[in-house]
Design a protein around this ligand. Sequence first.
Ligand SMILES: [Zn+2]
Length: 100
Amino acid sequence: MPTGRNPEVREDLNSATSLNHKRHMVDLMKQGHFCSVKGCGNPAARSFSQREIAEPASKAGLSLPSSEKRVYLCEKHYKQVKKELKKQKKAEKLRHGLPF
Ligand SMILES: [Zn+2]
């Protein structure tokens, strides 16, 4: 076994880690997921669990299939929901954090 191979392997691992996020996005598209919003059909840019997205999505006026465990959103619809997601997180913090 030649010991000179080790540094090469380590370098490969490093570059793989830095690309992880990009790969995840590409994987979503490769798997053929599309936006779950009714009438949309754009390629999915983000995926959420039904539990975390149901409420913000309905507040943003989007109708999502409630039977699916995973919900996929395209870039456009994610931007709409993102505002509501932030509000929800703030509200949760207030609910749990303040000693009223
Ligand atoms: Zn969409």
